[in-house]
Design a protein around this ligand. Structure first.
Ligand code: GCO
Length: 509
């Protein structure tokens, strides 16, 4: 065995989000969020009639979370604040609710007392429903003002103890699914019928052999909401960053950034130039959409603008669907993240759009495929979209380093799902973490990528959005039928503890 050390002060954490774990959806005055609303809507045919009403009940059981956080020896814990637990209708005038403030103060203070650094996400998808109803949520630029007020409140109330702020979690998914396909809340502008057909698209698109993802998703999307929502998110992020930077940074001495979910895109055939170009377009579209404005030029990637225009023409849409930033806005966007928060789970094999029709045919319907110059055997998981491709994370880290000028990177999520019926012997997860973390270590040591921390998704099994409780991502197993929601460590918890506790990776000789 080789023993290899991670850099000293490397952050070892795990992550959760409010709607997925807190429960107590209407307790102590908490307002309805778009996820409460979405999951309560007449039986949602693919959410298995499940909701996050109780979830892991962390609102009542945070001490249980704290106990397993300590047991794992984590240095950091990433969680999100529920906006409507602080401001029931999303506006400052509706709060702050004392119980919401008390709850988060309690969480933060207990973490700090246990020597665990809190990493706080301001928005992990659970928008107050009232803001959705009033003007379409992120579809409208009106949201910016309310988001910024909320962020400002959080900085001034909790910021004396918070060293890491994350403005938004995974906006790509929020926009393409929440405002595009309707497969996530708020399913903005999507009828149930459209939702069903989008679900079919989702299954096609989530096949591991991926077409040029965003292009396909966006042009099948019923509205333009995807692009508008992204535009408001980027502007909200930039404004929140500047408020923190100008008003709080000096006294609070924290960092603030954004988390993007990003998959590695490999060409289906490495020797085919069209495939190679398609995979580059995929990265530019899916990651560059948010990363270029914030970490790069301040604006959307050229290739994205060009493609959106082409697609619009194809569908006889005469105006440009992709909104424009003014020159002043570009300057405001640029450089507004102290670190690149990276959620990464999987990779895709990319082929150009023109191949789309052939994809579901028997030719490609296999878990094994000879892929260009190598033989790719991609193992699966309980999630249709998640294939295990450990080397993908290293390639992606190198790509981020080269494309965005060597930013500091925190891996804010990485993990794998099992089925609801699976138990404590999660060898699949132990292997996933072993293999992925090995590639992260190589990226640090051999490629000099500036990765400063890693927070595993997730501390415990929780509400997996549209999949309800059917997929388990936890290091801890949660008993969802027991009122206490008992958390029990899986095998992967002891693996992760040995890593987090020592910072030493053990690599077989
Ligand atoms: C995100 C995710 C998480 C999911 C996880 C597994 O933060 O981007 O959506 O909330 O639970 O990615 O799908």
């Amino acid at each position: 065995f080789y023993y290899e050390k991670f850099p000293s002060k490397f952050a070892w954490g795990s992550a959760t989000s409010a709607y997925q774990t807190e429960g107590a959806w209407n307790v102590h005055g908490k307002g309805e969020s778009i996820w409460d609303n979405y999951s309560h809507r007449a039986p949602c045919w693919y959410m298995r009639n499940q909701t996050g009403d109780v979830a892991c009940d962390s609102y009542h059981n945070f001490d249980d979370d704290l106990a397993i956080i300590k047991e794992l020896g984590l240095t950091h814990y990433r969680f999100s604040l529920s906006w409507s637990r602080l401001f029931p209708d999303g506006k400052l005038t509706s709060g702050p609710l004392p119980d919401g403030v008390r709850y988060y103060n309690d969480v933060i203070n207990k973490l700090i007392a246990a020597n665990v650094e809190p990493m706080v996400t301001l928005f992990h998808w659970d928008l107050p429903q009232a803001l959705q109803d009033e003007f379409g949520g992120f579809n409208s630029s009106k949201i910016i003002l309310y988001y910024v007020d909320y962020a400002d409140f959080c900085f001034s109330t909790f910021g004396d103890r918070i060293k890491y702020w994350i403005t938004f979690n995974a906006p790509y998914e929020y926009c393409t699914q929440g405002h595009g396909s309707g497969t996530l809340a708020p399913a903005y502008g999507v009828t149930e019928k459209q939702q069903k057909s989008m679900q079919t698209q989702k299954y096609l698109a989530s096949h591991k052999y991926h077409v040029e993802l965003v292009i396909v998703k966006c042009h099948y999307s019923p509205g333009e909401g995807v692009y508008y929502a992204a535009h408001s998110i980027i502007k909200s992020h930039a404004q929140a960053y500047h408020i923190y930077n100008n008003t709080y940074r000096e006294s609070q001495k924290g960092q603030i950034g954004i988390t993007l979910n990003s998959n590695w895109a490999d060409p289906m055939t490495r020797t085919d130039l069209e495939h190679v170009e398609a995979s580059q377009r995929n990265l530019a579209f899916a990651t560059g959409w948010f990363a270029d404005p914030i970490f790069g030029t301040g604006d959307y990637p050229d290739i994205m603008r060009y493609n959106v225009q082409n697609i619009s023409e194809f569908f006889n849409i005469t105006h440009d669907r992709l909104p424009k930033f003014t020159e002043a806005e570009k300057l405001l966007n640029k450089g507004t993240s102290d670190f690149f928060g990276l959620n990464h789970y999987t990779s895709h094999l990319v082929v150009p759009c023109s191949y789309y029709q052939n994809l579901d045919g028997p030719t490609y319907d296999s878990d094994q495929l000879t892929c260009g110059d190598g033989c790719a055997e991609w193992l699966s998981s309980a999630s249709t979209w998640l294939y295990q491709v450990p080397w993908g994370i290293r390639k992606l880290l190198i790509w981020i380093k080269r494309t965005y000028g060597d930013p500091v990177i925190y891996i804010t999520e990485n993990g794998i799902s099992e089925h609801f019926s699976d138990g404590l012997d999660d060898d699949i997860r132990v292997n996933y973490y072993k293999n992925y973390i090995n590639e992260v270590l190589k990226a640090i040591k051999e490629d000099d990528v500036n990765v400063k921390g890693y927070t595993a998704w997730s501390l415990m099994d929780n509400f997996e959005w549209a999949e309800g409780y059917s997929e388990r991502f936890g290091l801890h197993w949660v008993n969802f039928t027991d009122p206490e929601r008992t958390r029990i460590p899986k095998k992967s918890a002891s693996y992760y503890r040995s890593l987090a506790g020592s910072g030493t990776y053990v690599r077989p000789a």
